[in-house]
Design a protein around this ligand. Sequence first.
Ligand code: ATP
Length: 233
Amino acid sequence: MLRISGLKTFYGNSQALFGMDVEIQEGQVATLMGRNGMGKTTTVHSIMGITPSQDGEIEFNGTPLRGMTPFAVARLGIGLVPEGRQIFPNLTAHENLVATAANWGKLKTPWTVERVYELFPGLAARRTSMGNLLSGGEQQMLAVGRALMTNPKLLILDEATEGLAPLIRDEIWRSLEALKGEGLSILVIDKNVKDLARIADRHHIVEKGQVVWTGDSTSLLADQELTQRYLGV
Ligand code: ATP
C-alpha cells in the first residue's frame, strides 16, 4: 500500500533522511521506532508533503506522492494524527470533527461524528467543550477522530500515546486494535515497545535518517541487544 525507498530529506543544508525505506501492506499495522531526532517525524512529514523530500520514492497504492501538497496527499487517503495533536483550540470537540469531514473516496459508509463517539465514548461527553479545554487524552482521541473523519485508507499517528496517562494510553491502543480489526492500515510512531509489539505486524527501527532493522514483533522482542542498542529498552 505504501512503499518508501531511498528517501532523502533536507532542512536547508542539513540532511535529516539518508535513504529511508519503509513498507506497509494493506490492512497491516507498521511502526517507526527509534530515539528522538532520528528522522521519524521527518519521514511522516515527507509522506504528507509537509516537508518536501529531495530524492527517492514514495508510492501510495501505485501513485507517486513526492511533490504533492498535504491536501492532495490527504485526498488520496492518508490521515495524519500529528505530534502535538494540533486541535483547533477555538472550536468545540464536535466542531473539530465536523471541520475535517470528507469522503473523497466515496465510501458507502463513511465515518460520522457518532461513529467517532462510539469509538471514544469519553469524547461524546465532551462534545460541546472547546478544544483548548480538553485534557491531553481527550485531545488525542479527538485528533484520531478528526483524522478518521477524512475517511483515510492509511492512518498515521506520530507519537500515539506520548505524555498520556496509562488509562488513556490503553484507550488509544484499544481503538487502534479496533480500527485494525476493521481493516484499516496504520503507521504508528510511539516509544512503548511492548504495546507496539502487541499491535503491529512490522517494525522499522530508524537510526540517523535510515532504517537499520525491519522485522515482525517476535523477532523484535527476541533481540534484546537490538532493542537495547536502538531503543534503549
Ligand atoms: P522526535 O521523536 O524527537 O520528533 P524524530 O525521530 O521524529 O524525533 P525528526 O524530528 O524527524 O526526528 O528529526 C530528524 C532530524 O532533523 C534531527 O536531527 C532534527 O534536529 C532535524 N530537524 C527536524 N526538524 C527540523 C527543522 N524544522 N529544521 C531543521 N532541522 C530539523
